[in-house]
Structures are given as structure tokens and as C-alpha cells.
Design a binder for this molecule. Structure first.
Ligand code: ZN
Length: 280
């Protein structure tokens, strides 16, 4: 039995340019996200040699916003779906050492990346930037870091060109394949190819990554304890986050803390984001 984990966000999937689209045509956007996850599941099934789809277990985390985007009834049959919110380990709940590989789909560049589609880190209204052990990180590093804690390698990453450019610094070290789903020209504007072309690229990338397994034995590793520095979008957010006793206010908009390991950091970061989501 092979076990794969897919963490799918919305901003980096093919065909979507702006958060506004998700407001004005949520059903269409959900359909696009479902189709792209299915293209990935089908590619995994097709390229899992020696196994039938019955021998492949795929856990999909619907990781955009409140996790209620993917149309469950249309999802590939051997995929189990995590829906709903709030939840621990927000974008990758249930991650554990039993998974053979981690597929990061539909992701976007970190907060502050120029001309990148819908750039943000967890919450555009709460989080300005995140540093781990002195390195600026985004959702990719945060999710890959959680998987890395359990020694689960990243096999595949997809999103817009600016995001893929951003994560390419890890390509050699981690051995994953990438798919560019669209070309961002501004925060809320992208050039799109037909989804069929994108899905063909997804299949080719999955075929390569499952055949070559360049990621075998490689993980996103962070030195422990993790030193986290989070800059919030304004001072009132920091007033609220600083209520958590173990957090130190280290600037007007900045809080810092030390995490013994990645799961601790992950949920603390979720809690900070939730507290600071709304400043009313
Ligand atoms: Zn996101």
C-alpha cells in the first residue's frame, strides 16, 4: 500500500486570478480546484506502478480558507478528503510518518512577493511576514517543514510561476518536480493556459517524480529549537497575539517565540493567525 498526502490550496490552481473570483463565482472556482486535484490523483494512480488504485491511499487536505472548496462527490474514488475549519495543523492535518510522499498543489508565493498571484502567508489580513531560524518563509516551507518533521519528502509542487521560482531554491535539495499552472502578472491578474494543457503537465511531472524518486530520503529540515519571528500587519494584532504568555513582543508589530519542534510551531502559528484574523 502506498500512501500519499495532497495539500491543496486555491490561489495557485489553474484558472483563478483573484480572491474576488471566489466571491462572485464560488461554484466555478470549486469545480476548477476539484478538477486539478483529480488530475493529480489520476496521475498518481496511473503512475503508481505495480499497484492498482486499490493499493494507493491518497489523503487530500482542502486547505484553502475554511477548507470547504473541493466537491467531495466528484473527487477521485481512492482519495479521502479533509474538510472544515478550524482544525489543528491547518493545511496538513493528519500528517505523520506513514506517508510515502507529500504533494503540494495550488500553492502561492509568500506574503510580499512582487507580481505573484494572491501572495500571502496563512492570512493576508493578519500576517505581514514570517521568519524561521532567521530565514523568511511562506506556506510552502511551513507545510513542507511539518512533513519534514515526520520525514515525509516533498515529491511535487504546483502553483504560479512566481511561486515556483520562489521554491526552486529547494528543488535540488529536496528533489521534487514542479508544475507552473499560470503566469502571474500582478497580485490579482494572471495569464492562463487551458486546464487540459496544465493537466498534461501535471501528469508528466507525476510520472517523472514517481519514476525517479529524487526525493527519496530527503526532507525539509529545520534546526530545533525553532526560532520564530512573526510580523503582524498592524500594532493591534500584536496587542492581541501578545496575550499568549509564551509569546514575546519584540517590536511594534512583531512577536517572537521559540518552538521545540515543528508541530509546536505550526499550531502556535495557527493560533496567532486565528487571534489576529479580525481586529474588531
Ligand atoms: Zn494559502
Amino acid at each position: 500500500m502506498k500512501k500519499y498526502y495532497i495539500c491543496c490550496d486555491m490561489e495557485g490552481i489553474a484558472g483563478v486570478s483573484s480572491f474576488k473570483e471566489m466571491e462572485i463565482q464560488p461554484a466555478a472556482v470549486s469545480k476548477m480546484m476539484t478538477a486539478e486535484v483529480n488530475a493529480l490523483c489520476d496521475a498518481i494512480n496511473r503512475n503508481s506502478r505495480g499497484e492498482t488504485s486499490r493499493d494507493v491511499d491518497i489523503l487530500v487536505a482542502d486547505s484553502h480558507s475554511t477548507g470547504m472548496n473541493i466537491v467531495h462527490s466528484e473527487l477521485c474514488e481512492n482519495a479521502r478528503l479533509i474538510r472544515g475549519f478550524p482544525r489543528a495543523y491547518y493545511m496538513a492535518p493528519g500528517m505523520d510518518p506513514s506517508f510515502d510522499a507529500f504533494f503540494v498543489a495550488g500553492h502561492h508565493a509568500r506574503a510580499g512577493t512582487p507580481e505573484a498571484g494572491m501572495d500571502h502567508t496563512f492570512s493576508g489580513s493578519a500576517i505581514f511576514s514570517v521568519e524561521l531560524n532567521g530565514r523568511e518563509v511562506g506556506e510552502f516551507e511551513i507545510n513542507a517543514g511539518l512533513a519534514g518533521h515526520y520525514k515525509v519528502p516533498v515529491a511535487y509542487v504546483s502553483g504560479d510561476d512566481k511561486f515556483i521560482e520562489q521554491v526552486s531554491v529547494y528543488k535540488e535539495q529536496l528533489g521534487f518536480e514542479t508544475v507552473v499552472t499560470k503566469h502571474a502578472i500582478a497580485r490579482y491578474s494572471s495569464v492562463h493556459r487551458h486546464p487540459k494543457r496544465v493537466f498534461a503537465d501535471i501528469n508528466a511531472a507525476v510520472e517523472k517524480t514517481l519514476e525517479e524518486k529524487k526525493w527519496a530520503g530527503k526532507f525539509m529540515a529545520f534546526e530545533y529549537p525553532l526560532k520564530a519571528r512573526i510580523t503582524l500587519t498592524n500594532t493591534v494584532k500584536t496587542d492581541m497575539a501578545a496575550l499568549i504568555p509564551v509569546l514575546k513582543r519584540t517590536g511594534g508589530r512583531e512577536i517572537s517565540f521559540e518552538a521545540p519542534d515543528f508541530p509546536y510551531f505550526y499550531n502556535m502559528f495557527c493560533a496567532i493567525t486565528l487571534i489576529c484574523w479580525n481586529d474588531k
